[in-house]
Design a binder for this molecule. Structure first.
Ligand code: PLP
Length: 391
């Protein structure tokens, strides 16, 4: 099936391959200039139909656990990494068999599984595959739910605990081949500079040791955003590589597919309440773009303005039962009527990986659009997909 985006049945995610490839080219330039490796963080964007394209530019994928690791193993060329806050005993052998880097979140997980993973990786000929997530306790952002450095965080080992554990159990330290931190969210390279200062100050002595072969700087680097300072990123990576003689990995999610997709929706009805003009869409914040409610944020919408900016202002909502399933207030140059289509922008990331069928809402079909604007159906979903997840 092939058609222009204005004909695609709604609701639908339409991924713009040209925009995706532009992002990938930028990431490739950064990789080459900095001499680092870049992986796709699949939790952000797992549209595996695009993995062959992504694999042409990036070094592989990273996963949040067994299922994403399997997906990366099956669909993406290149390296396959995993970090999970905690692994299960029954899955660790499979993880070790398909992952090149297995990153632990604590010394207790390392104690429980490290030797086993190392043994399996050695049979596979992988020499430096065991890592530990560190927590530099350096908050650089305001979104509390995305701040792994906040006091009470479960994510990563603090410098104090690290030193204590190495002293008590040097055999665990001897298992480690690399360190990992992930502390950023939609940030520029100045935040990385500040974070690296904390990492060096608190963990520099460990990074210097001979058994540490790599440093993974996580995701949250908004590398493909127009105002991102890529030269600073390149300089920072090069400096770390040189100073500590380590390989550097970056694992962005958002930067890979930033501004590379639409959620296409149709207006099903309009209602009024206390002077508010409300549009009922066949797309839902709660089901199809949960970050809108979680983060929260106002997604960009094609040909629209802020409330009151253009002649016709509407509250955009959906047909779920949730009163708070509101996407935001937007204005338009013309009156919006049932049957009109709206195009939410930047909907490739954290959208299809997070959606759900609450209220029996339809899952948007997944389409890809080529550089001529021709859209091809990748996958569609129906009643069976809703029913299959229930019993
Ligand atoms: C979320 C996450 C990423 C990707 O983050 P983006 O903000 O999408 O770039 C990378 N690594 C880890 C460990 C993560 O939790």
């Amino acid at each position: 099936m092939c058609m222009k985006i204005d004909k695609v049945p709604t609701p639908a995610y339409v991924v713009d391959e040209q925009a995706l490839e532009n992002n990938l080219r930028i990431l490739q330039q950064v990789k080459e200039a900095a001499g680092c490796k870049i992986l796709l963080a699949q939790k952000c964007f797992s549209m595996f139909a695009e993995y062959p394209l992504i694999g042409k530019y990036l070094d592989g994928a990273t996963a949040s656990g067994l299922y994403e690791a399997r997906l990366g193993h099956e669909e993406m060329a290149g390296e396959n990494h995993v970090f999970s806050p905690a692994y299960r005993p029954e899955e660790i052998e499979e993880i070790a068999a398909i992952c090149d880097h297995v990153i632990f979140n604590s010394f207790s997980q390392l104690r429980r599984f490290g030797a086993k993973v190392k043994e399996i990786q050695q049979v596979r000929g992988i020499a430096h595959g065991i890592g530990l997530r560190i927590n530099p306790e350096c908050s650089t952002q305001e979104h509390a739910i995305y701040d792994p450095c906040a006091p009470g965080s479960r994510l990563g080992v603090t410098a104090e605990d690290f030193a204590r554990a190495v002293e008590a159990e040097p055999q665990l330290w001897a298992l480690l081949d690399g360190l990992h931190f992930h502390t950023l969210c939609e940030q520029n390279s100045d935040a990385l500079a500040k974070t690296l200062q904390a990492v060096e100050q608190k963990f520099g002595c460990w990074l210097q040791k001979d058994n540490i072969h790599w440093l993974n700087m996580g995701g949250g680097h908004h590398i493909t955003r127009a105002d991102y300072d890529r030269q600073l990123l390149i300089d920072l990576v090069k400096a770390v590589k040189e100073k500590y003689a380590v390989e550097v990995y970056l694992e962005p999610g958002e930067a890979v597919a930033l501004n590379a997709g639409y959620l296409v929706t149709e207006v099903l009805d309009t209602v009024k309440n206390h002077g508010a003009n409300i549009l009922l869409l066949d797309a839902s914040a709660a089901c199809h773009m949960p970050d809108v409610l979680e983060m929260p944020y106002r997604p960009p919408l094609k040909d629209s303005g802020e409330a009151g900016e253009k002649a016709y202002t509407y509250k955009l909502s959906s047909c779920t039962c949730l009163a708070g399933d509101i996407i935001g207030d937007y204005s338009f140059d013309r009156e919006i009527l049932p049957g009109d289509r709206l195009y939410f922008e930047d909907m490739a990331i954290y959208s299809m990986v997070k959606n759900n069928t609450f209220n029996g809402m339809a899952l948007p079909a997944i389409w890809k659009m080529d550089d001529n604007g021709d859209c091809t159906l990748v996958k569609k979903f129906g009643y069976q997909d809703f029913k299959e997840r229930l019993s």
